[in-house]
Design a binder for this molecule. Structure first.
Ligand code: FE2
Length: 389
């Protein structure tokens, strides 16, 4: 008997205006002294102020930490933790894209368990809870609002440390697509491709199960027909709503299955060259999918059908060919650059490939791929991606 172990946030509020129900959600969780963890950009835009207005109206006062950074570092998490300890907080509200949400999770866990972040990287699993986290995503991307993972970069080694366990699963997520309206095209494209990658990888993963399959296929059905629409028109409400739901479902899917080789190889690119997470996934997705597909033709063909690029009755071989074509065309349509076009130095890339392979393998994600590469095969894949294949 195979038993799938599924974990979800206790409360999900989904729909336009969901973020305005924060005070009510805090009340239902029995907490009242939140630290809001966000970034300075969102604070400057007035989005945080609107959130705080809602809390004030309900008689809840919050402190706000705005100093999270893209790709959170050990130092930025420690700064947030020190700020939390200056106050008296019983919960942490993460408000923003993947970086503020991942920061909120790490701060909330360390607040209870202490130590340093490196103590908690995989294979360690941190299930004992930290402070309760309420997640409010402002991008349709990481799905972090519904996952049991956080990623923190070790500033000394440039390693993106994957940290796993129920401690990082928010108790509540307020999934409000209206927060994504008007977001810029590049951010929308990168975060959208991240979500699509979560859904595909969760579905082809060796850890896939019937529950994660349903979420992954649903996410692909929502994301594939809408990703170009939100990039063309940042205020397309039905498309934004579909992308937000798809991103959350993609997060649920991989949190209860896993990501795989694309994410394993993507984290080192992000860590060493500071390529945004979704963009480094996009650079890898066509080549890694082409390399992996022969090991799981039926599964990848299902992805093509869910994405609407192959007919329901079409054979697997043909459907997979259409999937590979679509992933390349999608990158072209969304102006995804090659690593060289993004400005990465070729000699530095080549020098770092062996270390990137080691770090990718250490994360454990490649082992979940339907086809598992050795170090030489992974180096060859990095070379293919460099050539823009
Ligand atoms: Fe991701």
């Amino acid at each position: 008997m195979t038993v799938a172990s599924i974990a979800l946030p206790r409360i999900l509020k989904i729909g336009g205006g969901a973020s305005q129900q924060l005070a009510e959600v805090l009340g239902s969780l029995g907490v009242s002294r939140p630290l809001v963890v966000t970034d300075s950009f969102l604070a400057g835009q007035g989005m945080v102020e609107r959130l705080l207005d809602g809390l004030r109206a309900a008689g809840v006062s919050a402190r706000v930490f705005t100093e999270t950074v893209p790709d959170p570092t050990v130092a930025s998490i420690e700064a947030g933790l020190a700020f939390l300890k200056e106050g008296d907080h019983d919960c942490v509200v993460g408000f923003g894209g993947g970086s503020p949400l991942d920061s909120a999770k790490a701060i909330a866990m360390l607040a209870v368990h202490g130590g340093v972040m490196a103590d908690y990287k995989v294979p360690h699993v941190q299930d004992a809870p930290g402070l309760p986290v309420i997640a409010i995503p402002t991008t349709a991307g990481t799905g972090s609002e519904a996952t049991r993972f956080t990623i923190v970069t070790d500033g000394e080694t440039d390693e993106k440390m994957l940290c796993a366990g129920l401690a990082y699963l928010p108790v509540a997520a307020l999934v409000d697509y209206e927060l994504t309206l008007g977001k810029p095209r590049r951010l929308t494209a990168d975060t959208g491709i991240d979500s699509l990658t979560h859904a595909i990888e969760a579905y082809v993963s060796r850890k896939a199960n019937p529950f994660s399959d349903g979420m992954a296929l649903s996410a692909m059905r929502l994301i594939a027909p809408n990703i170009r629409r939100v990039c063309a028109d940042p205020d397309d409400r039905p498309a934004r709503e579909a992308m937000m739901l798809g991103a959350m479902q993609g997060g649920i899917a991989f949190s209860n299955s896993s990501v795989a080789l694309v994410h394993g190889m993507s984290r080192p690119i992000g860590a060493h060259f500071h390529v945004p997470h979704g963009l480094s996934n996009a650079m890898l997705l066509p080549a890694v999918t082409a390399w992996s597909a022969p090991a799981a033709m039926i599964r990848y063909a299902d992805c093509a059908r869910a994405m609407g690029v192959a007919e329901e009755g079409e054979g697997d071989q043909s459907a997979v060919a259409r999937l590979l074509e679509e992933l390349s065309v999608l990158n072209r349509d969304l102006d995804v650059p090659s690593p060289a076009a993004w400005g990465i130095d070729e000699a530095r890339w080549n020098n770092l490939v062996p270390l990137m392979c080691t770090q990718a393998l250490a994360s454990g994600s490649p082992a979940n791929n339907p086809r598992v590469p050795g170090e030489a095969e992974m180096a060859a894949l990095y070379a293919r991606v460099w050539e823009g294949a």
